[in-house]
Design a binder for this molecule. Structure first.
Ligand SMILES: *Cc1c(COP(=O)(O)O)cnc(C)c1O
Length: 444
């Protein structure tokens, strides 16, 4: 499964961005996240062009939680996208990257007072309000900062849940995110937001799922959201200026995954928005989407060195790599599946079925079950594909494993973007006192 600039070269090695992965490993070590910069940029353009060609008044907002570094912010900005952040830490990263602040959208179901204050002081473009508590925090902050314009969207739950091929339209409102549309909370939130001086309601947001392989859910979301805009207009005379349809566009993790081309999702979404607007006699608002995985997922490949191999005759062969759930939590968290090749034997015939284990002290730390590979030996390099999204950003130091380095490759050059953590980094936040602090224990 060779995506983006992945190729097999004359040495039978996997090459990404014109860089031989065996050479990358020599220079940067393993585990290593390798990011295909051309593919990232291509994905950005594909979303932006698809949107703008159908509706000029639109924005593509990269969901930073998928993978966020200062360099990534820079690429996103160069490609003309906006940026979603979901915490003070992500906002800090974007600010450090000097990302244009007005193009930042601030999400989250439990933003703290301090995070909201940080967002307002720095002047972020939009705050996507999730709940009534947040509206009250913003009421306070609007008083404290009368000079600041606080532009908000309200996050709504349209009762659609879509994950891969699972598509449920139950009108279910059992979600920790957003204001329920069916139970009247969404309308109540509109009334409340309109009543808060200093808050400027711009429109509405929804996010219906992730790794979605069909366009139908987006069509339904479009109809539900436009109907809501119509209801709000009828009730309050409020014109919706923007609607944000969130992310969730699927990608290829395995050969058998068949996501739609980007322009098909977008075509369906924009067409149904326009149709609904026409039916209700509404002006088509500014349209926003927030792809995360679909921008960065397929652009990432993780390289590991093979170590211990344990054969249990008649049962299974376990092949261990020098990373695992610390750099890829998705198999343990969601049962995610991946495809992989031996990078230094890229086109060699597949002769055995093995299972790829991580090195963490958990039986559940398995990266891939039952994969066909060439004859594999300690020292070989395993390349696991589509590890760009929710890998580095979800990486942990479990078992005190240092986080891998991140390298961006493009046109035969590799740039180190995040260096590998050192053992010292692992202890850098620890505070230890020269003398034990006195602790009073209850007498037993
Ligand atoms: C996670 C998330 C996204 C991005 O989802 P992908 O599946 O990576 O496209 C977009 N918007 C919101 C609000 C999210 O929570």
């Amino acid at each position: 499964m060779l995506l983006g600039t992945c190729r097999v070269n004359k040495l039978n090695h996997l090459e990404i961005g014109g860089c031989d992965t065996v050479e990358l490993v020599k220079e940067f070590g393993t585990p290593l996240y390798v990011m295909d910069e051309n593919l990232i940029r291509e994905n950005c353009r594909s979303f932006l062009n698809s949107m703008r060609s159908l509706h000029e008044n639109s924005e593509v907002i990269y969901a930073g939680k998928a993978f966020l570094t200062i360099e990534m912010c820079r690429i996103i900005e160069e490609e003309g996208l906006c940026l979603d952040v979901v915490s003070g830490g992500e906002l800090y990263t974007a600010i450090k990257a000097q990302f244009p602040i007005k193009r930042i959208y601030f999400h989250g179901n439990n933003k703290s007072y301090d995070e909201l204050k940080m967002a307002i002081e720095n002047g972020v473009g939009r705050i996507i309000v999730d709940n009534f508590y947040e509206l009250e925090l913003l009421r306070d902050l609007a008083k404290k900062y009368p000079g600041k314009k606080i532009n908000v969207l309200l996050r709504l739950t349209p009762g659609i849940e879509a994950h891969t091929h699972d598509y449920i339209k139950t009108g279910q409102i059992d979600s920790k995110f957003g204001f329920g549309m069916e139970n009247g909370q969404a309308m109540q939130a509109v009334e409340s937001a309109l009543s808060i001086k200093g808050l400027k309601l711009m429109g509405f947001h929804c996010h219906i799922g992730s790794q979605i392989f069909e366009d139908e859910p987006f069509k339904d979301a479009a109809q539900i959201m436009i109907k809501f805009a119509k209801d709000v207009f009828d009730r309050y005379g409020f014109t919706t200026k923007e609607i944000d349809f969130g992310g969730g566009f699927g990608i290829k993790y395995r050969e058998t995954d068949k996501p739609l081309p980007v322009k098909e999702y977008i075509q369906t979404l924009v067409t149904s928005v326009k149709e609904s607007c026409k039916n209700y006699g509404l002006h088509v608002p500014k349209l926003l989407i927030e792809p995360g995985r679909a921008i960065i997922g397929e652009a990432g490949t993780t390289l590991y060195t093979i170590g211990a191999i344990k054969n249990i005759p008649g049962i299974r062969k376990y092949v261990s790599v020098d990373g695992g759930m610390s750099d890829n939590i998705r198999p343990a968290l969601y049962g995610a599946e991946y495809s992989a090749i031996v990078a230094n034997k890229a086109n060699s015939p597949k002769v055995e079925k093995v299972s790829i284990a991580g090195k963490c002290c958990e039986s559940g730390d398995m990266l891939i079950w039952d994969i066909d590979l060439p004859k594999i030996e300690p020292g070989d390099i395993l390349a696991v594909f589509s590890t760009g999204a929710y890998h580095y950003s979800m990486a942990s130091n479990y078992n005190m494993l240092p986080k891998p380095a991140v390298v961006f490759v493009k046109d035969n050059t590799a740039r180190l973007v995040v260096r590998r953590q050192t053992y010292e980094d692992l202890l850098s936040a620890e505070v230890y006192l020269p003398q034990a602090k006195k602790v009073f224990l209850a007498s037993m």
